[in-house]
Design a protein around this ligand. Structure first.
Ligand code: UDP
Ligand code: MG
Length: 317
């Protein structure tokens, strides 16, 4: 019988320094396991020599396969490209910066082998080495999104997880353009086992996530996996309508009882500005969803591959 295959997907953006270290460590772990394996490196339009490093690694080791995008499409697109092209019976996503310890792999495989789980996911127990403000916002984000969406998203969860083929097929079948993997993993279900480990610092290079990028990512997550903002907008509209109706009655009664006096225009101005503000805000919320629909209906490819050493590579998807 053929040995089962493990695929390790690694999105890389400007990782020329970290990639050789990653390759060495992962190979050391994988070659000791009773499985066949492939390293599927995805170059996400790096501006440094990452692609050259990939070519070199692939030249010296048939286990290494690589895809190179025509530009930077983002980590989500890179992971999707990996899932679409992975051959493995077991598939894992790992960052190139060694923040996902390869030493966990044997333990993860063991869990899957027991047949009790379909995927083994990892989460950081602490946020050591991260600015406190960022941790605070991250915690709030997880609280909110879990309350308002039906995708189960775990605080501190990393994209590092090992999955069975069935789960990978389910992910590939979710072809949405606006991807939020943490939500997709939770939404498709299956039995997931969680492993906790302490946060590890990057070996080389620096994080590609600024605070602003993270905020946008969090908002994307909420809009992609929840209709709560739309519901809040309509409930608020309903409340304001009811409130203004009551005010209308009060004003008419007052006019009939006490006659009309021209007074109170500042409060009127305040109310008009307030309601105008809310209307614009709600329009903005609706606009966010429409923008997503707009992008989805265009059916643009998730990524474009400019170069690869795969035989049957799906160039555009
Ligand atoms: N990455 C990518 N495309 C991007 C940004 C990041 O493929 O546009 C990759 C990056 O090379 C790394 C992984 O995604 O392997 C995680 O990125 P990073 O370490 O910057 O994120 P952090 O660990 O700080 O959350
Ligand atoms: Mg990292």
């Amino acid at each position: 019988m053929d040995r089962e295959i493990i695929t390790i997907i690694t999105p890389c953006y400007n990782e020329e320094a970290a990639l050789p270290v990653f390759y060495r460590e992962v190979t050391a772990v994988l070659s000791g396991l009773p499985y066949a394996y492939e390293l599927l490196l995805v170059n996400d339009g790096s501006k440094d020599r990452t692609l050259q490093v990939m070519r070199k690694l692939a030249g010296g080791d048939p286990h290494v396969r690589y895809l190179s995008f025509s530009r930077n499409f983002g980590k989500e697109a890179a992971m999707y490209a990996g899932f679409c092209n992975a051959k493995g019976d077991y598939v894992a996503v790992m960052d190139a910066d060694m923040q996902d310890p390869p030493s966990l792999l044997p333990q993860m495989l063991e869990k899957l082998q027991s047949g009790e789980y379909d995927s083994v996911a990892t989460r950081r127990v602490d946020r050591k080495g991260e600015p406190p403000v960022r941790s605070w916002f991250a915690r709030r984000f997880y609280q909110i999104i879990n309350r308002i969406s039906d995708a189960d998203i775990v605080d501190g969860a990393r994209d590092f997880r090992l999955m069975r083929r069935e789960m990978v097929d389910a992910i590939v079948s979710m072809g949405e353009y606006n991807r939020f993997s943490k939500g997709i993993f939770g939404w498709i279900g299956f039995r997931t086992c969680w492993l906790s480990y302490e946060n590890v610092d990057r070996v080389a290079g620096e994080t590609k996530w600024s605070f602003w990028k993270l905020t946008k990512y969090a908002l994307d997550g909420i809009i992609n996996f929840s209709q709560a903002p739309l519901n809040i907008a309509s409930w608020f509209g309903l409340f304001m309508t009811a409130f203004s109706f009551i005010m209308l009655i009060l004003i008419v009664v007052r006019k009939l009882a006490f006659g009309d006096r021209v007074a109170g225009w500042p409060s009127l101005a305040c109310i008009i500005i307030f309601i105008g503000g809310i209307q614009l805000f709600c329009l903005g919320v609706i606009g966010q969803y429409i923008a997503k629909i707009y992008m989805e209906t265009k059916k643009r490819p998730h990524y474009i591959i400019a170069e690869s050493n795969l035989e049957d590579c799906k160039t555009i998807r």
